[in-house]
Structure formats: structure tokens, C-alpha cells
Design a protein around this ligand. Structure first.
Ligand code: NAD
Length: 402
């Protein structure tokens, strides 16, 4: 792995570290630090994205996610792997204006001053502009609220390889006095929107009927998708499965997973009806075609991506060169994860694969030591009863207490 990712000995050591961050590092990242809470880091294999092979680091506490992603990616390979793309990395900064006497008139005055607004924004971040990003456009809407009409101004900022929250918030704050002057109102909030509809990642893959496991499995997956598309109770869990994969890569690369979660679910609900982030169809040959489209505000500079040593080493292992490439890989993982879950659900049920891995957690919960875990798991799986009380009985047995 180190050779493939061109890692130095130090980077490989950082990745293999199951302990924690250095205290000084943790203390600089957040406040009131008392320790660290490590997560397991796995590597998903078999991913072919836009004809390039990737080893994908995933940080997650849930068993079977990494295995399922790797297995799904293997099946997708038979159909040529994942095809992915992104829009430009444009984030929206919102400026809330209240007490505007003529909101519609103010809206037009703001739009007329587009160039001045963009100039004020871009003066704030010459580095971003140098890298080809910066404020690109201005939008304005009048909305009805509990406090009466408000003028909401959006600045659209190309964030290049940054997630962009700090960059966009700084611009929104800087331009607020000009917006007050133009609108005659008062500005309150000036902050990025996590509903990143202008920063979308898309992936598609064909899972051949044969590799999926036949016509019946394809049909089962289509039925599962139709269920999610029609029912928010199911759709929530459908999208949770997508996020199992997405979040794990987002966390492993030091990105802000709350931002990604907020964006994903608000995007899914955008039409007023909570919908799946993926879609599943059958092509004319009977193969399964999966697609995903979701906001993907991830970066390679800024935030923890630039400070967390494991995140930095993981990005190197992944081998992505731009934030857009990272977003594409993450979209592929989300699609793969959803495929794996639907396939399991539509066939043997999720528990068979899940529970044998989950048995390890149960054994540890029952008090098994490192030396005892494997023996307890073996018996739990053989007995097909994966419960803490049974694990405790097995432990007593093993320890000769009975
Ligand atoms: P940042 O400000 O640390 O880094 C971005 C800056 O890096 C840019 O403004 C630019 O000046 C510079 N830069 C250098 N090379 C660049 C390149 N190739 N492409 C783009 N910019 C380049 O970080 P950020 O991405 O603006 O903010 C991310 C952080 O903000 C995260 O830690 C996130 O958790 C936090 N945050 C999020 C929210 C939210 O999501 N609602 C709100 C506030 C803060």
C-alpha cells in the first residue's frame, strides 16, 4: 500500500498509528481538549473511477461498510467501473437583509451592482483568486418570513480546492455594508449555505446482470429503489446507506462531515419530497444502472485536511490532485455503498453479512479479551445467535466456569 501510494516511511507510520494525535496537535484543533477518540481506518479496494484505480481510506466504526464497498466496486469493475464528474466547486454565501422598504426594488439595485459586489468579495481573498477561484456571480430573492419580507442575497464563490466556508463567510461579511447601502435595509446573517446545489458530484456505474447475481436480484434492487423513492421512512435508511460510504471517506480525508450530511439531506428534500440520493434503472440488456447526484463540498486545503497528519497521509494514499477529483471518488463510494446495501437487502437480508462482523462487537461487549474474541465469534456465528447473553455463556464455557 505504501509503495502504491508513494508514501514515505513516516506517512506509512502515521496511517498505521492506531493511537491518537499528538496532544499539542489536538489542542490546537479544538477547545478544552482532554484526549482523542480514534476511529478504525480501513482501505476500500477494487475501485475503478474514470479508468483510474484508487485505494480509498475510510474512517468508520461500523462493521461491514468497508467490505461492502470493496465488494460492490469489484462488481462495478465488470461493467467498466465508475464514471464520475463534478460541477465547478461553487459555494453559496448568504446575506440576510431585513427592514427593506422596497424589497423588489432593492433586489434589482443589488443585481445591478453585481460587479462592485464581486470586486469587494474578491479583494478579500487574493490567494483564492490566484488559484483560479473567487466570487463569480450574485443572486437575490425576496422571501416571506415570520418577521415579514426579507431580501436574501447570494454570492456565488468558486472555492477551487477549499471546502470554502471560511473563505465565503469572510467575503459575505466584507460585502455586507455595501449590501446595506444598496438595499437601504439592515444585514444580520452572513454565512455559507450547506445546501451546495452549485457544487454537485455525480457518479454512474453499470452493474452487469450476471455480476449482480441474475435477473431476480436486479428486479429486487429496482423494487427496493421504488420503495425508497415512494416512502420517506425507507428513503431515510436508503440515504443513510449512501452516507456510510460518503462520510467514511470525508472523515478519513479530514473534511467536514456535518457540512456534507447537511448538504446531502437538504438536497434530498429540495423538491419538498425527501428523495433518494441515488437512482436505479435497468438498461436494454437487463443490466443495472446506478447513478448518484449530491452536493459535495470537500476540500484539500483548509480546515483539518491541512492539519491532521493522518488526513494528509490518506489524501496522498488516495492520490487525488484536486477537490473535484476527491468529490468524484466520494460519489463513487456512495453509489457503491448503496448498491451493496440494496443487493444484500433484496437477497439474503442485511443481517447475514452484517451480523458475522457485528459478532466481534458483541463478543467484546460481553467482555471477551483479545485472545478470546475469535473463539467467541466463531461459536456465535455457528449457532446463528448473535446476542450478548449468548456471548457471555460462551465466554463462561471457554473460561471453564461452567
Ligand atoms: P480555509 O479558510 O482554512 O482555507 C481556504 C483558503 O485557502 C482560501 O480562502 C484560499 O485563500 C487558500 N487557498 C490556498 N490554496 C488554495 C486552492 N488551491 N484552492 C482554494 N483555496 C486555496 O478553509 P475553508 O475551506 O474556507 O473553510 C473550511 C473550514 O470551515 C472547515 O474547517 C469547516 O469545518 C469550517 N466551517 C464550516 C461551516 C459550515 O459548513 N457551515 C461554517 C464555518 C466554518
Amino acid at each position: 500500500m505504501a509503495r502504491r501510494g508513494n508514501l514515505t516511511e513516516e506517512e506509512a507510520r502515521i496511517i498505521a498509528n492506531t493511537g491518537s494525535l499528538e496532544a499539542e496537535m489536538a489542542d490546537r484543533m479544538i477547545e478544552n481538549v482532554v484526549g482523542c477518540m480514534p476511529l478504525p481506518l480501513g482501505v476500500a479496494v477494487n475501485f475503478l473511477v474514470n479508468e483510474k484505480d484508487y485505494l480509498i481510506p475510510m474512517a468508520i466504526e461500523e462493521p461491514s461498510v468497508v467490505a461492502a464497498a470493496s465488494n460492490a466496486a469489484k462488481i462495478a469493475r465488470a461493467g467498466g467501473g465508475f464514471r464520475c464528474e463534478t460541477t465547478d466547486p461553487v459555494m453559496i454565501g448568504q446575506i440576510q437583509v431585513v427592514d427593506v422598504a422596497d424589497p423588489e426594488g432593492a433586489k434589482v439595485r443589488v443585481l445591478e451592482a453585481r460587479d462592485r459586489i464581486l470586486e469587494v468579495c474578491n479583494e478579500k481573498d487574493p490567494v483564492l483568486v490566484k488559484f483560479g477561484g473567487g466570487a463569480r456571480d450574485v443572486e437575490a430573492r425576496v422571501i416571506d418570513t415570520l418577521q415579514g419580507p426579507m431580501l436574501i442575497v447570494h454570492i456565488l464563490v468558486d472555492c477551487r480546492d477549499a471546502m470554502g466556508a471560511n473563505a465565503v463567510n469572510t467575503m459575505a461579511e466584507a460585502v455586507a455594508p455595501l449590501i446595506e447601502e444598496l438595499s437601504g435595509g439592515r444585514v444580520y446573517l452572513r454565512i455559507i449555505s450547506n445546501l451546495a446545489v452549485k457544487r454537485l458530484a455525480r457518479a454512474r456505474a453499470t452493474f452487469t446482470e450476471e455480476a449482480v447475481g441474475g435477473e431476480k436480484v436486479v428486479e429486487g434492487i429496482l423494487q427496493a429503489y421504488a420503495f425508497a423513492a415512494a416512502d420517506p421512512y425507507r428513503c431515510s435508511t436508503h440515504n443513510k446507506g449512501v452516507m456510510n460510504g460518503v462520510d467514511a471517506v470525508v472523515i478519513a480525508t479530514g473534511n467536514d462531515w456535518r457540512a456534507i450530511e447537511a448538504g446531502a439531506h437538504s438536497y434530498a428534500a429540495l423538491g419538498g419530497h425527501y428523495k433518494p440520493l441515488t437512482a436505479w434503472e435497468e438498461d436494454e440488456k437487463g443490466n443495472l444502472v446506478g447513478t448518484i447526484e449530491m452536493p459535495m463540498a470537500v476540500g484539500l486545503v483548509g480546515g483539518a485536511t491541512a492539519t491532521h497528519p493522518t488526513a494528509k497521509a490518506n489524501v496522498k494514499l488516495l492520490g487525488v490532485k484536486t477537490a473535484s477529483e476527491l468529490a468524484q471518488v466520494i460519489a463513487a463510494v456512495g453509489l457503491a455503498q448503496n448498491f451493496a446495501a440494496l443487493r444484500a437487502l433484496a437477497t439474503e437480508g442485511i443481517q447475514r453479512g452484517h451480523m458475522s462482523l457485528h459478532a466481534r462487537n458483541i463478543a467484546i461487549m460481553a467482555g471477551a479479551t483479545v485472545d478470546e474474541v475469535d473463539r467467541v465469534v466463531e461459536r456465535l456465528v455457528a449457532q446463528k445467535v448473535i446476542r450478548v447473553d449468548r456471548a457471555q455463556e460462551i465466554l463462561r464455557d471457554i473460561r471453564g466456569e461452567r
